[in-house]
Design a protein around this ligand. Structure first.
Ligand code: UD1
Ligand code: CA
Length: 457
């Protein structure tokens, strides 16, 4: 069985934030949550998160099965951090050590690392670095060709000039049996340049006991990159987004510009979908076949059926859209909006908790909230459902085939009958029956010889 230890006690001073570092996000998800989810994909038996700075906040913000939190009250080094998890580790388990601020680590890499773990071997994830500054250097038995056995890790601050020239760096990620950690961690010393208990010292311990260290070299720097500041966060965000974009394009999605696409959640697409630039997709979004999103759309927790066009600058949240609908430009679908097939929501229209029936249209400048709109209804420009009296919300019901004239106010609770017609500019406060004409407005008077006011001298 595998136990995972995630180090997440650091403060992250360089983020210059009141939030613990590991709760900052990439792709809309907390850094540490990425790591927890990756551990879950590995079917870890237990995942132990070592928390310190902002520990309570971290505990409250993350979720996962079999999560255990242990506290490291003082940050005395990575070896000390892992030691806090020892009481939770079963001697028979393999332990994978991960970092709460290294979010893009891949399951496949970790699986490879775990293969190197036995009673007399351990796994170490290293990386070839363009600039190794700051990293622990990997010392191999034949450092000349860099291909020998891994012998030790030397931290930047403890390294000689010769060692500093080594470009293979320690990612920090390791896999080792719990029994060995139980033996080695209490034996670590802090007699080094930083006065810390270095986890990396267990490599030399392993070698001195004749164990072998199976090094796995990471495919890319990005996969093992940690986040210490906003610039690194932004860099990993783009890398993460590009990965997602490539995956979606491989599934057939047409992205007008993969560099201007942001997915902060999950996106399912049918055939021949197209997404224009600068769209942001959040939560769980599902698009049917032949759905197009114009530029600058934001969709959160939305399900859209086939042949739908969402035009530029529309914002849709917690809504369901039937097939053959058109939405926008500049439409806002708020939570609880359900559009039946062929419905049309035009520019500057806001809907909330509204059912819009088959083929019904709300084309311009309207607010439709807490409303049940039948089939084939036409709602004229500037129509408002007055759903709020200052205290309570009430419902507006509009029957099939009704026609609501422009600039009408429907004061809920109110019902408009089937095939009824509401005259433009009406303030409707009483229910109407089917087929009626509803006119509720001041009568027009045309006065002859009307004198306009004149300017007072
Ligand atoms: C560590 C490694 C180094 C490696 C580098 C990769 C050691 C001694 N050095 O160095 O070889 O190249 O990571 O980034 O392990 N943490 C705690 N508690 C502590 C100390 C650290 O939880 O007491 C956490 C930090 O929050 C951080 C991670 O462990 O997420 C790494 O700690 P950090 O101090 O950044 O280690 P480095 O000096 O960068
Ligand atoms: Ca670091």
């Amino acid at each position: 069985m595998t136990d995972v230890v995630i180090l997440a006690a650091g403060k992250g001073t360089r983020m210059r934030s009141s939030k613990p570092k590991v709760l900052h996000t990439v792709g809309g998800k907390a850094l540490v949550q990425h790591v927890i989810d990756c551990a879950a994909d590995l079917d870890a038996n237990k995942t132990i998160v070592v928390v310190g700075h902002g520990g309570e906040q971290v505990k409250e913000s993350v979720a996962g099965d079999g999560l255990v939190f242990v506290e490291q009250t003082e940050q005395l080094g990575t070896g000390h951090a892992v030691a806090q998890a020892l009481p939770e580790l079963n001697n028979d388990d393999a332990v994978l050590i991960l970092y709460g601020d290294v979010p893009l680590i891949k399951k496949s890499t970790l699986a490879k690392l775990l293969e190197g773990v036995s009673a007399n071997s351990m796994g170490l994830l290293t990386v070839e670095l363009a600039d190794p500054t700051g990293y622990g250097r990997i010392i191999r038995s034949n450092s000349l060709d860099g291909k020998g056995e891994v012998e030790a890790i030397v931290e930047q601050k403890d390294a000689s000039a010769e060692q500093l020239a080594i470009t293979e760096g320690n990612t920090g990620v390791m896999a080792v049996s719990a029994a060995l950690l139980h033996k080695w961690l209490p034996a670590l010393s802090n007699e080094n340049a930083q006065g810390e208990y270095y986890l990396t010292d267990i490599i030399a311990m392993a070698r001195s006991e004749g164990l072998s260290v199976n090094a796995v070299v990471a495919d890319s720097e990005t996969e093992v990159a940690g986040i210490n500041n906003r610039a690194q966060q932004a860099e990993l965000e783009r890398a993460f987004q590009l990965d997602q974009a490539n995956e979606l394009m491989a599934q057939g999605l047409c992205l007008k510009d993969p560099a201007r696409f942001d997915l902060r959640g999950s996106l399912e697409v049918g055939m021949d979908c197209e997404i224009d630039v600068n769209c942001v997709i959040e939560g769980a979004v599902k698009l049917g076949n032949n759905v197009t999103l114009g530029p600058n759309c934001v969709l959160k927790d939305v399900e859209i059926a086939d042949n739908v066009a969402v035009d530029a600058n529309s914002v849709l949240e917690s809504s369901k859209v039937g097939s053959n609908c058109t939405i926008g430009p500049y439409a806002r679908l708020r939570p609880g909006t359900v559009l039946a097939d062929g419905a049309k929501i035009g520019n500057f229209v806001e809907t909330k908790k509204a059912h819009i029936g088959l083929g019904s249209k709300v084309n311009h400048l309207s607010y439709v909230g807490d409303a049940e709109v039948g089939e084939g209804v036409n709602i004229g420009a500037g129509t408002i459902t007055c759903n709020y009296d200052g205290v309570n919300k009430s419902k507006t019901e509009i029957g099939d085939g009704a026609f609501i004239g422009s600039n009408s106010a429907l004061v809920a609770p109110v019902k408009v009958g089937k095939m009824a017609t509401v005259a433009a500019g009406s303030v409707v406060t009483k229910d109407s029956d089917d087929d009626q004409l509803v006119i509720s407005r001041a009568k027009q008077r045309n006065l002859d010889g009307w004198q306009r006011p004149t300017k007072k001298s």
